[in-house]
Design a protein around this ligand. Structure first.
Ligand code: BGC
Length: 359
């Protein structure tokens, strides 16, 4: 019995020595606990109003979980100064890399300075941060999105009066879209084939603004309008609402982007002409891989991901550019449904089952 007691005490002593050893080992690493060594990535979003952003948060969380790092997500609820404060906080709490989708492209340059002072690299996500020493930009080709939107409409409506709804003036993407849209529309306007009844910005990409501008455009043209060039699906939704009130939904062309479920439903119902499917799964995977590689200091991996550059007013920002897909009634099944972005039963929810296409 006594011998057993001695054995037990020796065992306890050994365990205690081992434990102290572990604690000492941690404290020799510059006072960091093992938790401090875990990678932390900050993900700051200007808005989560559109369906896409909410999906992207879920994707980012999944990636972080699978790769065992911490992800801090915050949305500024369309308040640019709140976004700066949120980032300041994230940086103080300690992050290794910042991913930002800016609410206001111009004022977000301040965010880059804040992060850099703490040695944190910054990746702009989808929305460019202008006028700052931005490190990387992961994006779709937004000028091309604008071109495809305009092309989608002029192919079907080559002549007549157009209502032109631009995106949120606070978001640089809205200007890039305009640039792409102009490439297609300008020659037709100059030829006299297309007349712009009204061209309006939709602050905050708001569907309410889009509704109001479409109503005003319809009134000004006595309802003689062939198409509404809307810069995203949310604003397209506002435009379709205004058209519905005049019995014009389905008769007037409407563009969009994001392939939101509501928009794809409108497409198969014939109320919206097209949208752009931006594979956000790919975009999100790219940004998370880039952030993770940056946090781990894997320079070669980072460099191998860069496939372009975009000028942000200060410099040519090394960029990762992802391609986009045009979606119409004809190719819904082969694009968004085939890619698992939406389910056929959701897209065709309002269409009798015997009219559903074969998959
Ligand atoms: C994005 C669009 C989105 C819009 C509103 C733009 O910067 O590129 O996909 O619809 O913001 O959130």
């Amino acid at each position: 019995m006594k011998k057993k007691m001695i054995n037990l005490s020796v065992m306890l002593l050994v365990i205690a020595v081992l434990l102290i050893g572990c604690v000492q080992q941690e404290s020799t690493q510059g006072g960091k606990t093992s938790n401090d060594n875990k990678i932390v990535v900050g993900f700051s979003l200007g808005t989560i109003k559109e369906e896409r952003w909410q999906r992207e948060i879920e994707m980012a969380k999944k990636f972080a979980k699978e790769h065992n790092f911490e992800l801090v997500v915050q949305s500024a609820e369309e308040d640019a100064s709140k976004q700066v404060k949120q980032v300041e906080n994230m940086v103080t709490q300690g992050i290794d890399v910042l991913i930002i989708s800016a609410q206001d492209s111009e004022s977000a340059g301040a965010v880059v300075d804040i992060a850099h002072r703490a040695g944190v690299p910054v990746i702009a996500y989808d929305r460019l941060v202008r006028n700052g020493d931005l490190d990387y930009y992961v994006t779709f080709d937004t000028v091309k999105v604008g071109e495809l939107q305009a092309q989608g409409l002029v192919q079907k409506y080559p002549k007549g009066n157009y209502i032109w709804l631009l995106g949120g003036p606070e978001d640089f993407n809205a200007y890039l879209l305009k640039e792409g849209q102009e490439k297609v529309l300008k020659p037709l306007i100059q030829k006299g084939d297309i007349k712009i009844v009204t061209q309006q910005w939709c602050k905050g990409w708001s569907p309410e603004e889009a509704l109001k501008h479409t109503e005003n455009g319809l009134t000004a043209a006595n309802n003689n309008v062939v198409a509404v060039l809307a810069s995203n699906d949310n604003t397209a939704g506002g435009a379709v609402q205004a058209l519905e009130a005049q019995g014009l939904a389905g008769k007037v062309g409407v563009s969009g982007q994001d392939a939101d479920l509501a928009a794809v439903q409108r497409i198969v119902e014939g109320k919206q002409t097209m949208t752009i499917y931006k594979p956000i799964k790919v975009l999100n995977q790219k940004v998370m891989e880039l952030a993770y590689a940056l946090a781990k200091g894997e320079k070669e991996k980072v460099n191998s991901m860069v496939n372009g550059k975009v000028n942000n007013g200060t410099k040519d920002v090394p960029s990762v550019v992802v391609d986009v897909v045009n979606v119409t009634k004809e190719n819904v099944v082969d694009t968004v449904i085939k890619d698992g972005f939406h389910k056929i039963e959701d897209v065709y929810k309002n269409i009798p089952k015997n009219e559903w296409p074969k998959q």
